[in-house]
Design a protein around this ligand. Structure first.
Ligand code: CDP
Length: 258
């Protein structure tokens, strides 16, 4: 986010520089079950973002003093690969990745049935392989699919997306230049089909009306993203059936529905 208006983000035809409408998402593809040795896993391509999530657990929490006697700890670790951004990112945790890990852990704890696993930990590793704005939303979205893939009992997945403001217009899903040179960015995470918001941050300034407009855009987009999350699980489930020798017509039916 910057007050430095040295880049026009809307062209003379009133379009965003990548040709998208104000309320249009970048392309999103999700694949579940990409890693054999993880208990659950998923991969997302969201515009130019490429992000992977691996879930391990529930398993005994170490160190033991970090155990919670009446529930499991949901421990997400967000990490950006050194090669994921144009200027090499210094490896290891920094203030930003600690913050993002915390907000993703807290968002996911809202949907996981943590009381079922006292003293346990559910580890979620989120690895950003290529970054181009919106990686916390992509990370939370893909982590939810990986948790479901691991068979972790949860009330629902979380879908996440940002909206914001560029050149005076409220828009959905800011790209890299829009994030850098825009006026505001509001990442949102919701439990679909409920009114529950589990992640909400704001960078920049919006009026009350603009904020409400941004929230509406982001929440509507989360419903779209939720469909893509569910489809990834349906495809994964039909592949698992194939492995177990289920009849082809059953599998085709599931794949067609997805
Ligand atoms: O990725 P997200 O929008 O959730 O977080 P951000 O802190 O607003 O970062 C926006 C973008 O800046 C990232 O997605 C990266 O493309 C870029 N970035 C970078 O180039 N180098 C960093 N050390 C951190 C972020």
């Amino acid at each position: 986010m910057s007050d430095n208006k040295d880049m026009e983000l809307i062209d003379e035809n009133g379009k965003r520089l990548d040709g998208r409408e104000f309320d249009e998402l970048r392309d999103i593809k999700i694949e579940a079950g990409i890693l054999k040795r993880a208990d659950g896993s998923a991969y997302i391509e969201w515009g130019k973002n490429k992000v992977m999530a691996a879930v391990y657990g529930p398993r005994e929490m170490h160190p033991r003093h970090a155990q919670e006697p009446s529930k499991a700890v949901v421990r997400a670790r967000y990490n950006m690969a050194a090669f994921s951004v144009p200027d090499r990112k210094r490896p290891g945790p920094d203030r930003r990745s600690v913050e993002i890990s915390k907000i993703i852990s807290e968002a996911l704890e809202e949907v996981v049935f943590v009381e079922m696993f006292p003293r346990a930990v559910i580890d979620i590793f989120i690895e950003v392989l290529e970054a181009s704005a919106g990686t916390r939303c992509a990370g939370l979205t893909v982590a939810s699919v990986a948790l479901a893939d691991a068979g972790i009992p949860m009330s629902n997945m979380i879908a996440s997306c940002a909206a914001g403001k560029i050149d005076g217009h409220v828009v959905l899903d800011l790209g890299k230049n829009e994030d850098n040179f825009g006026e505001a960015d509001v990442p949102v995470g919701i439990v679909p089909n409920t009114d529950k918001i589990t992640l909400l941050q704001m960078d920049g300034n919006l009026t009350k009306e603009e904020y409400e407009e941004a929230m509406e855009l982001a929440i509507d987009a989360c419903d779209e993203i939720y469909e893509i999350q569910r489809d990834a699980l349906k495809v994964r489930y039909s592949t698992t059936l194939e492995d177990h020798g289920e009849p082809d017509d059953e599998i085709e039916k599931i794949q067609e529905e997805a």
